[in-house]
Design a protein around this ligand. Structure first.
Ligand code: ZN
Length: 135
């Protein structure tokens, strides 16, 4: 029997972590920068992804709007694990194997993560520093 790390990771915890890292000063509308925001249900495919509506500009957004995760098809937990494994200095190939990705997908994801998660800020460090080694 092989242990799949993906099955040990809780989507809800991943979203909690993103919210903690992203909304340090409270949920802020990415469109107008106001904090006049109400919760607006959850994403239909990713149940833990909180949606919001801004009462100032009336735009909707969610936990991942404006982050590199938004336009990609991998679930958030795969991104989190990828970031974690990068922190352990695994090669792209090792990451691909761990997460059942193709080498190309792993390469793409590590490239994106190195560029930063929200508005090109520092990558999320899950534990200590994320070392950017390319192999
Ligand atoms: Zn707004």
């Amino acid at each position: 029997m092989t242990i799949s790390i993906q099955r040990l990771i809780d989507d809800n915890k991943c979203y909690e972590m993103v919210r903690e890292l992203r909304w340090v000063d409270g949920v802020t509308c990415p469109h107008c920068g106001e904090q006049n925001v109400i919760k607006n249900g959850h994403d239909t495919t990713e149940r833990c992804r909180q949606r919001y509506r801004c009462s100032t500009c009336r735009n909707c957004f969610d936990d991942l709007t404006g982050t590199v995760f938004a336009g990609h098809h991998q679930p958030l937990r795969v991104w989190m694990l990828c970031s974690y494994l990068m922190g352990l200095s695994l090669s792209n190939l090792q990451i691909a194997n761990e997460l059942n990705l193709s080498a190309n997908q792993a390469q793409e994801m590590t490239t994106v993560l190195r560029q930063g998660i929200v508005d090109r800020q520092e990558p999320i460090a899950l534990e200590g520093e994320v070392n950017a080694t390319s192999k």
